[in-house]
Design a protein around this ligand. Structure first.
Ligand code: MN
Length: 511
């Protein structure tokens, strides 16, 4: 998916030092861009766009970046002294994420040979400060990465930003389909869909269940049979489940038909995510008509999440969109990600933890072992039925979870570092799950999450780090609060109070 994207590199220069200097600057820049691309550390290709030597050239390249759908962001570097007033008009129009790279072509000072020519070609210490000032003065949101361009740690910061910029670009034409509404009276998963589109880019549409039925009717039995075979080959299961004369086989078969129905709808509408509501599976008598979903499409949701479709249960469109973005950022990384829900507490003093699950909808990308396909009775929702699902537990290890809530005058991103631990077997709760201790500890982590107004739904990843979410919040221009090993309730409350003041009075975050 990153192959469809590119990041543009623009080098700031000027003609003060003569044409020869700019020629040298240009060749250094090319070498650096090639070096970054060949490092193997960047997921998105960097394309060198030349030196910008005047206000008109800066503005032209920024406008071109805005208009090129492949370009997901701009890296600027002031090789030499690039007077920052040159950047005002370009920065005013730039609508793509910006990374200001404070680096230098040359690594160490050549003490014996250094002269004024060297200075003129290695002047980022000077030029990047000038550029930094105009960004600060104009309140331009950006990431500043500082370090030597060949250093893998420095390249790692660029890589994080590239992944976030890709998720951001992906969200700008994201459509989320809601099958059914929120659960009645639920506040935290709801919010302002208009503001979400203005601020975060994605669009949320409602689709009545009746509009899903033509996709259902178009699914071929042969395709369902084949998908059921895939299930049996991919997942552990009881041999008896393969007996086509049993009710449970029929439940698996109907689940496969639900998956094919939903995927066909998502492809046809171009949607990147969807929500369901367990109280709304279409007002039809499935047993009588043979049309519609005879069970909550949990297995379908699990598998579609693994494929990258955003998913939010109970109408939670914000989580559906955020999960899709997490999945994009996670591409090519090893740990996996999932939509999760705080389910029940395990109160054990300092070792207290939270069981993360859902009725069914947990993504198998986080599974510690091959998932198991099982069918059990599910008594929730108006269509109580034996229901197919993948059962597994999440891997132990460190991860991070995030949610976005609507505070009325702004969106707040809440992020919590978590430590996943091994759960005990739960023979009477056959659902996919994970068990974690929020950092810095259960008491502080859960208290802070609740003080911030966080959801019971969140989007979890083993691979992302706080830096991803800092970059995301910076690009989106939304508040972020982070609960980590250093959090105390006192300092966290102070962060929330500062956010109230900043977002109540400062409208520059809309730039
Ligand atoms: Mn839920």
């Amino acid at each position: 998916m990153f192959d469809n994207y590119e990041v543009w590199w623009v080098t700031g220069a000027q003609l003060l030092y003569g044409g020869d200097a700019v020629v040298a600057v240009d060749s250094h820049s090319k070498e650096m861009v090639d070096g970054l691309n060949q490092s193997g550390n960047l997921p998105v290709k960097v394309v060198y766009k030349g030196t910008a030597n005047s206000s008109a050239e800066v503005e032209a390249v920024m406008k071109a970046a805005n208009n090129d759908p492949r370009c997901i962001g701009i890296i600027t570097w002031m090789h030499t002294f690039s007077p920052a007033k040159m950047w005002i008009h370009g920065l005013k129009v730039l609508s793509k994420p910006l990374l200001h790279f404070h680096t230098q072509y040359n690594a160490e000072i050549p003490w014996q040979d250094i002269d004024m020519d060297f200075m003129n070609l290695n002047q980022s210490a000077h030029g990047d400060r000038e550029f930094g000032h105009i960004c600060a003065r104009m309140r331009v949101r950006r990431k500043v990465v500082t370090g030597y361009w060949k250093d893998p740690a420095t390249q790692g910061h660029i890589a994080v930003w590239e992944r976030v910029a890709a998720a951001w670009a992906d969200a700008q034409d994201m459509r989320i389909i809601r099958l059914g509404d929120q659960m009645n009276n639920v506040a935290v998963t709801d919010g302002d869909k208009v503001e979400a589109e203005i601020r975060l880019g994605y669009h949320v549409d409602y689709m009545p269940f009746s509009s899903l039925m033509p996709y259902f009717d178009a699914v071929k039995d042969e395709d369902v049979d084949n998908l059921v075979k895939v299930y049996f080959s991919e997942y552990d299961h009881d041999a008896a489940l393969e007996d086509p004369t049993t009710e449970d086989y029929r439940k698996v078969w109907n689940s496969a038909k639900a998956e094919l129905t939903l995927r066909a709808m998502l492809k046809d509408t171009g949607a990147k995510g969807f929500t369901t509501n367990f109280d709304d599976l279409g007002d039809v008598d499935v047993e009588k008509t043979g049309r519609g979903f005879d069970q909550i499409p949990g297995l379908a949701s699990q598998r579609l999440m693994a494929e990258g479709y955003g998913f939010g249960a109970e109408g939670d469109w914000k989580s559906a969109a955020l999960y899709r973005s997490v999945w994009v950022m996670n591409q090519g990384l090893k740990g996996g990600c999932s939509f999760l829900e705080d389910y029940t507490l395990n109160l054990q003093g300092a070792q207290s933890s939270i069981l993360q699950a859902h009725m069914l909808e947990v993504c198998p990308l986080i599974a510690s072992a091959r998932p198991r396909l099982e069918v059990h009775f599910l008594g929730i929702g108006y269509r109580k039925s034996r229901t197919a699902r993948l059962v597994f537990t999440g891997k132990p290890g460190n991860g991070i979870t995030a949610t976005v809530v609507d505070m009325g005058n702004r969106f707040r991103l809440i992020v919590n570092d978590v430590k996943c631990i091994e759960p005990q077997p739960m023979p009477k709760l056959p659902v996919a799950s994970a068990l974690w201790i929020p950092q810095p500890d259960f008491e502080t982590g859960a208290t802070a999450w609740i003080l911030a107004g966080g959801t019971h739904h969140s989007c979890f990843s083993y691979d992302l780090t706080p830096e991803y979410w800092q970059d995301y919040a910076e690009i989106a221009g939304i508040e972020m609060v982070h609960i980590d090993r250093d959090t105390t309730i006192e300092n966290f409350k102070q962060a929330l109070r500062l956010g109230e003041v900043y977002y109540a009075t400062n409208r520059s975050f809309y730039l």
